[in-house]
Design a protein around this ligand. Structure first.
Ligand SMILES: [Zn+2]
Length: 178
């Protein structure tokens, strides 16, 4: 076909919002240095070294986007190859040298992959609008109680050059331990 370049079914099918929330800034009339301190930073708030381990998997699935305008390719059922990266934050165990055994991580994510692979994502419970964003959120909700230290979920459609990175709420018990 001699259509527009790129993958016709990539993208959300609607335009991004015209503008985001205004960014905080210094009012133009502020000519003198403000009194210090503006922000009280304690040592515990300063990011220290961190280590992320990750495991990736792929799945193939079909979807359509209910929000796509009539006639847009995203309104029709079509398929993608998805790549998912599950990242876990932690410190290597002094004895094993492992943040988490990769076999344990693989086992935890296996059933999530099974629930998505070769499915019509709109029919997966909790995924009626299976955008990249909501697939990442779905994965987070599915894995957060099973993967200690779950830190980040990356979902990509590489052939579309699109992806999303989601960092969900951290496990309270883990935060308290730090
Ligand atoms: Zn699509």
């Amino acid at each position: 076909m001699f259509g527009a370049p790129g993958h016709a079914t990539c993208g959300s099918g609607h335009l991004p919002p015209a503008s985001g929330a205004p960014k905080p800034g210094i009012a133009a009339r502020t000519l003198e240095p403000p009194a210090l301190p503006l922000i009280s930073v304690t040592r515990s708030q300063i990011p220290g070294p961190s280590m992320l381990i990750y495991r990736e998997f792929h799945f193939e699935a079909a979807h359509y986007l209910p929000s796509a305008r009539a006639g847009h390719p995203n309104a029709r059922i079509h398929g993608h190859s998805f790549r998912v990266r599950i990242s876990v934050e932690g410190e290597p165990d002094p004895e094993t040298g492992l943040v988490m055994h990769f076999d344990d991580l693989a086992a935890a994510i296996a059933d999530a992959r099974e629930a998505l692979d070769h499915r019509l994502l709109n029919e997966v419970e909790g995924l009626r609008a299976p955008t990249l964003e909501l697939v990442a959120l779905w994965l987070w909700n599915r894995l957060s109680n099973r993967v200690p230290g779950l830190a980040e979920i990356h979902v990509a459609r590489d052939t579309c050059h699109e992806g999303v990175v989601y960092r969900g709420p951290q496990n309270p018990s883990r935060m308290a331990a730090e």
